[in-house]
Write a protein of this length. Sequence first.
Lengths: 300, 300, 257, 257
Amino acid sequence: MSSKLATLAEAVASIPDGAHVALSGFAITRCNMAFARELIRQGKRDLTVSQCVGAMDADLLAGAGVISRIIYGGGSLDRFGRLNCVNRGIEEGTLVAEEYSSLSVAFRYLAGALGIPFIPIRSLRGSDILERLRKTAPGDIAFVDDPFSGEKWLVLKPLHPDVAVVQVQVADEEGNAWIFGPRWDNEEQVRASTRTIVITERLVSTEMIRRNPEWTRIPGFRVFHVVHLPFSAHPTSVYQAYDYDADCIKEYAQMTQTREGVQAYLDKYVYGVKDHWEYLERVGGLERLSKLTADPVLGY
Amino acid sequence: MSSKLATLAEAVASIPDGAHVALSGFAITRCNMAFARELIRQGKRDLTVSQCVGAMDADLLAGAGVISRIIYGGGSLDRFGRLNCVNRGIEEGTLVAEEYSSLSVAFRYLAGALGIPFIPIRSLRGSDILERLRKTAPGDIAFVDDPFSGEKWLVLKPLHPDVAVVQVQVADEEGNAWIFGPRWDNEEQVRASTRTIVITERLVSTEMIRRNPEWTRIPGFRVFHVVHLPFSAHPTSVYQAYDYDADCIKEYAQMTQTREGVQAYLDKYVYGVKDHWEYLERVGGLERLSKLTADPVLGY
Amino acid sequence: MQAEQGYTLFELMAVAGARELKDGEVVGVGIGLPVVASFLAKRTHAPKLTILFELGVVDPEPIHTGVGLADPRVWYRAKIMSSFVDILGTVLHRGVVDVGFLGGLEVDMYGNLNTTLLGDPNGAFRHFVGSGGANDIASSAKRTIIIIRHEARKLKQAVSFITSPGYIQGAGSREAAGLAGGPSRVITDKAIFDFEPESKRMRLLSIHLGTTLEEVLAEMSFEPIVPDRVPFTEPPTPEQVRLIREEIDPEGIYSGR
Amino acid sequence: MQAEQGYTLFELMAVAGARELKDGEVVGVGIGLPVVASFLAKRTHAPKLTILFELGVVDPEPIHTGVGLADPRVWYRAKIMSSFVDILGTVLHRGVVDVGFLGGLEVDMYGNLNTTLLGDPNGAFRHFVGSGGANDIASSAKRTIIIIRHEARKLKQAVSFITSPGYIQGAGSREAAGLAGGPSRVITDKAIFDFEPESKRMRLLSIHLGTTLEEVLAEMSFEPIVPDRVPFTEPPTPEQVRLIREEIDPEGIYSGR
């Protein structure tokens, strides 16, 4: 009735250069990896990305020069290492980083989601994060007197990304989506953004959505494109679907230690394959992916 | 390991006179009816109650003179009628009503839940609700200049009820609880309050809670008492458990049209029975209640 | 009444309400006529309509009529079940609601609605429902549609209490209060009104078949703007009437049949 | 190292961390030693401890060790799975978190922590993890426990960047910034410190068995307050060691075995 099904290429093509994209990844889980690879292939430029905790999706985009600005609360590849590309961009001055804490970014999304013009927060006071934001994002932070207590409070400006891109386990063709496991900032990202792209492991009927309406974390009426693409978070994990691919993430962490390594990684896994299906073949195809399939009780 | 199981009498006894209690009811669904009846039996006085939409639980308490203040966004018994007792209290000046809109109260709970000192809102401007709040609750509303746009915004003070009392379908003995169906203001009420009393239709093991952790709407670590009491919302409905008892609500709406009728209702259904089980016998016992049991597909 | 025409006034009003909804819009509704109008629109010209109930229900498909939003009957087959903060906060207050339906005890010529009390708030008065989500919808929806019975005691020169602001005191005063949007239509059982763009005063748009201009004006406590030519309201089609009677409100609860 | 004592330094530190947690408290933890300390406390003296992961996980019972908070292994058997806003907002920022664990690249004598960068932020520097939820925990938890390796390049006179404020510049400056709470303990692989109540300067509390005061001070770039008598840190019990090795970190991932 209101199908929003699109190919990954179509969904990515809808994002203009310079857009602000909120990404659903957290470190090495539910990252928009296929989406990031397609953004790179389509030669997108000058994007701003935001997420509470910087993740592998943002790092790959930074490595490929797709993004010029990141609004985040810090991040890593967990035990696999630092966000080499993001960090190098910051160190060399090629990437503008507006660095907050997890909650500050979450509150900026929440304020955006609620349609409120500012939100008070206790975090950041007395820190160099705040001092640096006075230079990197002076228009996004301010101090306001609490009219009830008279105390001075830091307030943050809402975030309104142009697009939220969210990797989910289950969605229908209208974009109503279920997220299993913790949801970190994803629900607020969607509600703060102008439009949403859902990338789903499994496509179900709207009839299925109606059977568990309490599970619907992303409202379909905020969604513009639904991309049905299994293993689209590979090599990161999707709870209840598949585990992270430790070897692939190690290879990434290793190769991205140098600019040359990043180029070699892109040649091998992004430019060197024509689409997501060829990428999956490149990393080992069905045989490899079967080994990652999650146990239904453990969820990994 | 950390059981918080209590009888209804124990849970009610923990609430001091003068306390601010957030109630989980909405019109005629998931109302804290058994809880309200026990509050009346124990002779509690001078309570403040709050809820986004005034419901049958608040009305019964108003009728019995238990509450002296209500913070709410308006309310009714749906097609069964007005909140006769609340309205009479307001009309006669015996009940202080701080009347908002649904979202204003929800935002005050949300601000309380988030630990933020104020929250901006677009609602209430240009209305007599705002004009009246300037008199009834001048310390809870203020205007602040948005530091980002310069526009003047109404801001509300957070609500921090002493106790949230929430009627749920399923809980474990630690207070981790599932709410099926829409949850209106209940999640924010719990998080805004100092402590929470959960009144549950069904008691399950913590093992069961761990199987569906995404369903946990009330965190057990915020809960002080868990009362396991089937049909505790009667005559209001509990989605997936039982339907509202239309005859009983009609009788209530009819009897509460006069003060004398209220007294007769209390004598019959509150003072005239020693506890919840005797109340259930009074309204028709198992035979009557069986007829209200919800169909698992319909939920009513 | 009007049985010979094959539809009731309730059905005419519901159809008029449905006609105001465009496909793909997001609509916030309360129980009663707005529910019938929205479900009717969704089953006819607006299949992509999104229907919201303030307490946290999206796009239900009830098969039984309910006594109010609190009745699980009207939640049946929803796609989302969430909360006030989700629906009124992240959808309505966020600016995503296109249309909201509002009803009331009284409305004045600027579309200000009273659902709170009748009488003098500083003297004797009778208290009613209050706002619920109505004030929130009136403040944040892109436009609102007012449904009200056509009686002089309801269409007032001044309302006892402004629960949900319309155009407040007319031209510019809504903007001055920091509000966008505002009422776009008033649908009564005798006529349909809009608001004149400059003065923001209520303006007669059409009269229901079987009513006269004199009857319309006689039952109003203020004078609406009356254009030279006032057409009759487009009547419901037999299929619309059938949908309401057989599928949307088979028990006649909303329409009071 | 210290194999003859029947425990490793990691285990000693984890046990020291566990000892700081009281039954019934709510604790915000990151991966690694804090997870081991919290799970150990919960299995021994603090069964009613509530353990939070910032991304939205409450009271998990993992049976496999994970590579970080993003690893579903550490979410296993959680009682709640929610979000940043739920955990960091409605629990931490609401003021309900009793204890938070923090680690870092550098800490100074007032407990200010750096997890962001090394070098001169205005010149050449190397960028690391940043805050995540660390700054939030440092700002809103009732108290924090800092875990850090005991090296002069980590226990610094001044840190390159204050990611998570401790007592800032000592006496009164944390309150002046509008913050309550603050670090209560620093646990290193050589010693445990607290903060002197007036000056808020780091103060030696105990030294681990097998270490000397001279070794402790030699590997610090500032001088902590040293009381006249400094006891040895209470060593782990065999049961605590067994729980860590057999149940909490059987694969030795957190302890690096």
